[in-house]
Write a protein that binds this ligand. Structure first.
Ligand code: ADP
Ligand code: ASP
Ligand code: MG
Length: 428
């Protein structure tokens, strides 16, 4: 008997029809002779709607209350799905994150899992029940408060449970047929990737491809959980993210021996650019600035320091960080303005990040040229650049991001013949 963890995203359970469809699929999986643990997200755009609602009341919601609010979305789905499954004659029980033993640290809104003790889940499935767990949430042992794992965090709940329960596979059900060479909502001719190494998937997720939560990919890799990303609206085989520690993909018959140079293009609109203008060009100032930003618990991504204008003794330092961390970081920097000695801060949310990812690019010298040429031909100006062994990223004007994605995707021959199917969701 296999143990399968199935995670259904918001678009898969957006209404009663969707919940019934998911219930049927779950019951079929159990009837085929498997033990099933289900993780659900909040219905449709519920999380965004709850955030909007809170925003109408306050610009500074207490983090604890925000987590109480947001965790309720997943609880609605879990109870409704349990009802729909019971209606089909199977037996199901739903559990909140804390009931499922998801113990986290106390950082509201971006809590990290520190322990998983799914005793109740194990008992339920051993009794022949289908266990349904609310995604994206846990409880801090320190504060005994409910926490959430950050946007998209239900994927990570699913993998954490799969790892702890030693599941045979963790299936991530969503509104597209798998991981594509780019977001099919932006590049309609993107192609489905059948199998991807976890190293490449990590770079895609870290570069903003929200098909999988970054921490879910890290967790799956660390604990060797096979991930299968697929659509809940079709029966098609999806994308396998291979957890092999050596990242060696076993070549199937008929497959080319050399891996493709590029696996895909990812984009991200969730970051802002901060420029600290007129920083004294002396040793220690960058450390001071990033120390202040780290103190505000912000995740820095790209960093650029401009050459100082001759004779001025001053330079500008730019970096990107998640928009949700922007206010805290700016406040912290402004509070230290006199101490650091900079002139002003420039803050811009109208930026987009585009990344080209592929493990084959490290041995292919023409990649950068082709990448920048494609952006040039599409009339896209570049603001910042950063690279890793298997990735090139640039920051551009947000308005040009979609054009840039399509241009780069096409330039690397990734466009397929047919258009990808997007089954549901609003892309929000
Ligand atoms: P869920 O609610 O199921 O978690 P998400 O909206 O979080 O779904 O993620 C699925 C969406 O991710 C897709 O609808 C698609 O628009 C987007 N996406 C971004 N990059 C990719 C990619 N490379 N492949 C497939 N989908 C992608
Ligand atoms: N409902 C949460 C969100 O929208 C978590 C998730 O869907 O994974 O971010
Ligand atoms: Mg998601």
């Amino acid at each position: 008997m296999s143990l399968i963890v199935q995670k259904f995203g918001g678009s898969s359970v957006s209404d009663a029809e969707g919940i019934k469809r998911v219930a049927k699929r779950v019951v079929e999986t159990q009837s085929a002779g498997n033990q099933v643990v289900v993780v659900v997200s909040a219905m449709g755009d519920t999380t965004d709607d709850l955030l909007d609602l809170a925003g109408q009341l306050t610009a500074a919601a207490p983090a604890r209350e925000m987590d109480m609010l947001l965790s309720s979305g997943e609880r609605i789905s879990m109870a409704l799905l349990a009802m729909a499954i019971t209606e089909l004659g199977a037996s199901a029980e739903s559990f909140t994150g804390s009931q499922a033993g998801m113990i986290t640290d106390a950082f509201h809104g971006k809590a990290r899992i520190i322990d998983v003790s799914p005793h109740r889940i194990r008992t339920a499935i051993d009794k022949g029940e289908i266990a349904i767990v609310a995604g994206f949430q846990g409880m801090s042992r320190e504060s005994n408060d409910i926490t959430t794992l950050g946007r998209g965090g239900s994927d990570t709940t699913a993998v954490a449970l799969a790892a702890e329960l030693a599941a045979d596979v963790c299936e991530i059900y969503t509104d597209v047929d798998g991981v594509y060479t780019a977001d099919p909502r932006v590049a309609p001719n993107a192609q489905k990737i059948d199998r991807i190494s976890s190293a490449e998937m990590l770079e895609m997720a870290a570069s903003g491809a929200k098909i999988l939560h970054l921490r879910c990919v890290e967790y799956a890799r660390r604990f060797g959980v096979p991930l299968h990303v697929r659509s809940s609206f079709s029966q098609h085989e999806g994308t396998w993210v291979l957890p092999d520690p050596d990242d060696k993909i076993t070549i199937q018959e008929g497959e080319p021996l050399e891996q493709p140079i590029i696996s895909g293009v990812a984009h991200d609109r969730s970051e802002a650019k901060v420029t600290v203008v007129g920083v004294p060009d002396i040793p220690g100032k960058a450390a001071e600035i990033f120390g202040i930003v780290a103190g505000a618990n912000s995740n820095i991504d790209m960093i650029v320091q401009n050459v100082s204008t001759q004779g001025s003794g001053k330079t500008d330092i730019s970096f990107t960080l998640p928009i949700i961390d922007g206010k805290e970081a700016i406040d912290a920097l402004n509070a230290a303005k006199a101490q650091v000695g900079f002139d002003s801060i420039d803050y811009n949310e109208q930026i987009g990040k585009l990344s080209l990812i592929g493990a084959g690019m490290r041995s292919n010298p023409g990649v950068s040229y082709r990448f920048f040429q494609a952006l040039h031909e599409a009339g896209v100006n570049i603001d910042m650049i950063s690279t890793s062994e298997i990735r090139i990223s640039v920051v551009t004007d947000a308005k040009l991001l979609d054009t840039a994605v399509r241009a780069v995707h096409g330039a690397f021959g990734l466009d397929g013949e047919a258009e990808a199917t997007v089954y549901g969701g609003t892309g929000r």
